[in-house]
Design a protein around this ligand. Structure first.
Ligand code: NDP
Length: 400
């Protein structure tokens, strides 16, 4: 039976089983199964920061206010595993705070006027433990994965709240640890290539793509996606990553450690798409490698938008970024292609497609190391050092 009851007016709520026993006006007792925001636990364990700074600011709290459903489209998820991404390191230092704080205010995520304590972590694999009343696609007990908006409290915690539009069912053929290595890089790659780049499986067949940063999280995912869609993939990386990058499906690999890559690339056939995860000279020189014939595109994930908003203020920062975006577009037009800026976007529909590709073994997880929940700062250190050969995944169920 239920462990305890609480009395509200003439209702008895059996909290552990979520049944409502109520006395209707005609005196008949009814028992109804309900979906309710019970959140029996008032607190949970989470890694959080109380101010912006370095890894020393990460604190394990066992008394963080429990994640709670606030919107009928949301679900409460028990996080089994989450990954650490470069964005977590940057957000820890305050990157993007001006714009993200506006989103937090708009979505009612922060009501106390401060984002702290702030939980980092943007993706997860886990189990649904509670559903909001408008959730139709998922039920309690479903195993799900996804990546969540930057305004939400993060996933380096025992529980997290997500929207049903941000997630899909998890692939059946991989573990939660393997699954957690993918959602943030998958959703970002999808936003860049498919949403901004307007690439589809049909358009991709036989086209040439160049990926700057092929050994990184975004690169290892994108190589697999595009190679399984029949593209001719060229990718850049360090010498020690060549075998990994080839094994994921790259047809040609350019080692940036041995000599400058531009001479080698400019003698190759031009590219229909370029995915740029590095910025700077990669964006400037990459444009010149675009094919002038067929609506070719360089899509860059490295943009000054968030940094400009942080340093100049929201409106001046956005205006300056708009000018830079315009200049980038002109450079693209001169080369016969276009330059586009892309950003991570949560995308449950994309996660569903990626799930199917993982189940068909077209895309495999690439994990460098799994760390227990108690050792999250070690994982942040490893990610900060860069040059990973797979994702760092936190086992949220393992404490040591
Ligand atoms: N706009 C947005 O919303 C998002 C933007 N991003 C951007 O994409 C970037 C990449 O993300 P992710 O793939 O997860 O990062 P990773 O840290 O996993 O990968 C970094 C990549 O950069 C390469 N690299 C590092 N140093 C150099 C160098 N000096 N010259 C050439 N290549 C180098 C690495 O190659 P190797 O290890 O082989 O040396 C590796 O391929 C992020 O840093 C961020 O700027 C990411 C997500 C969202």
């Amino acid at each position: 039976m239920a462990t305890y009851f609480s009395m509200t007016l003439n209702c008895l709520v059996l909290k552990s089983r979520r049944y409502l026993l109520y006395n209707s006006c005609n005196g008949i007792l009814h028992i109804v199964k309900v979906r309710m925001s019970s959140n029996a636990a008032a607190s949970m364990s989470a890694w959080q920061i109380n101010r912006y700074g370095g890894i020393e600011e990460l604190t394990l709290s066992t008394t963080t206010r429990a994640a709670t459903i606030k919107n009928p489209n949301e679900l409460l998820v028990r996080v089994h595993a989450s990954s650490i991404n470069p964005i977590d390191i940057r957000m820890m230092g305050g990157y993007g705070k001006a714009l993200i704080n506006v989103l937090r205010q708009q979505k009612g995520v922060t009501q106390s006027g401060t984002e702290f304590p702030l939980i980092l972590g943007r993706d997860f694999s886990g189990t649904v433990v509670e559903t909001g009343r408008n959730v139709t696609k998922f039920k309690v007990g479903d195993e799900v994965w996804g990546a969540i908006g930057a305004e939400r409290p993060g996933t380096h915690a025992k529980y997290t709240v997500v929207s049903q539009s941000e997630i899909s069912k998890k692939p059946l053929n991989i573990s939660h640890i393997e699954a957690a290595s993918m959602p943030y890089v998958a959703a970002t790659s999808w936003a860049a290539l498919c949403t901004v780049g307007e690439l589809t499986e049909r358009k991709a067949v036989g086209k040439r793509v160049l990926i700057f940063g092929g050994s990184g999280g975004i690169g290892t995912f994108s190589i697999q996606l595009l190679s399984s869609w029949g593209m001719d993939v060229t990718a850049t990386c360090s010498t020690d990553a060549i075998d990994l990058v080839r094994s994921l499906g790259a047809n040609s690999v350019v080692d940036y450690k041995v000599k400058p890559i531009w001479n080698e690339l400019k003698h190759q056939k031009r590219f229909d798409y370029i995915l740029d995860t590095l910025g700077g000279e990669y964006t400037t020189n990459g444009v010149k490698l675009l094919s002038p014939w067929q609506n070719s595109k360089l899509i860059t994930l490295v943009t000054p938008l968030l940094k400009n908003s942080d340093t100049l203020g929201l409106i001046p920062g956005m205006l300056k970024s708009a000018v830079t975006a315009g200049i980038d577009s002109i450079k693209g037009l001169k080369s016969g292609g276009s330059v586009r800026w892309a950003f991570f976007l949560p995308n449950g529909a994309a996660m569903e497609k990626v799930k199917q590709m993982v189940e068909a073994e077209q895309i495999k997880p690439v994990v460098q190391e799994t760390i227990p929940f108690s050792k999250v700062p070690d994982g942040f250190r490893t990610v900060s050092n860069g040059h990973l050969r797979g994702k760092i995944v936190i086992d949220n169920l393992k404490d040591s």
